[in-house]
Design a protein around this ligand. Structure first.
Ligand code: CA
Length: 221
């Protein structure tokens, strides 16, 4: 059974989330402070953690995540209320697997959790490819095809696509995409990512479930 710990101090939000997650047949433990959340995570060893950033008391969500990462790689989805929190999540390599900004729909949280769980459970069999609608991305052969017909994709476009496929369901900032697909020492305009994304969308069409996260970056799936 999938075990989820939700750390959220606002009762309305916590209860609503718990309701939706339990509907999925998941076991949910709700904690309302960072300290209680950490205790619950250590005791229950959940499959997933939903962590509000703004928590009362000594430990905020960032502290909890940092503490947690010393001994656990459990997937963490942050709930944030402010843009500057998003900046910190993306900028400081907090060890978050995803984040959602408030207000959010509980359904979105469920979908995100499922996406991250799918990905974390598939890490053992190294990604050899992925299918999107009629499009097949073959990582081993570095080839993209539709119905057996090879679609010409530039080397750097494929590198970007590979990073997106490897991180399905996760929001990646332009900077992260540049680091992963172009290399950390690459210097240039982050908008380069947009140019390549446009090419991929043009070539692969609606089959590619690539979502633009306004002001930040992209998410595949
Ligand atoms: Ca809060």
């Amino acid at each position: 059974m999938t075990d989820v710990v939700v750390v959220e101090d606002e009762p309305d939000i916590g209860d609503l989330l718990a309701l939706y997650l339990r509907r999925e047949g998941w076991r949910v433990h709700l904690a309302t402070t960072g300290a209680d959340g950490l205790d619950a995570i250590r005791a229950r060893r959940p499959d997933f953690v939903v962590l509000d950033v703004g928590l009362p008391g000594d430990l905020d969500g960032f502290d909890v995540c940092r503490e947690l990462r010393q001994s656990s790689d459990v997937p963490v989805l942050f709930l944030t209320a402010r843009d500057d929190e998003v900046d910190r999540i993306l900028g400081l390599e907090m060890g978050a697997d995803d984040y959602v900004t408030k207000p959010f729909s509980p359904r979105e949280i469920v979908a995100r959790i499922k996406a991250v769980l799918r990905r974390s459970r598939a890490t053992d069999d190294a990604t050899s490819g992925a299918t999107f609608g009629s499009v097949l991305v073959d990582i081993g052969r570095r080839e993209v095809s539709r119905g057996g017909e090879v679609i010409p994709v530039a080397t750097q476009e494929f590198a970007l696509l590979e990073v997106l496929v490897d991180n399905q369901g996760v929001v990646l900032s332009r900077r992260q995409l540049l680091d992963l697909a172009w290399g950390e020492d690459w210097i240039g305009d982050p908008r380069t990512v947009d140019v390549h994304v446009r090419q991929l969308r043009r070539k692969l069409g609606d089959d590619l479930p690539l979502v633009t996260v306004r002001g930040y970056g992209y998410r595949l799936g």
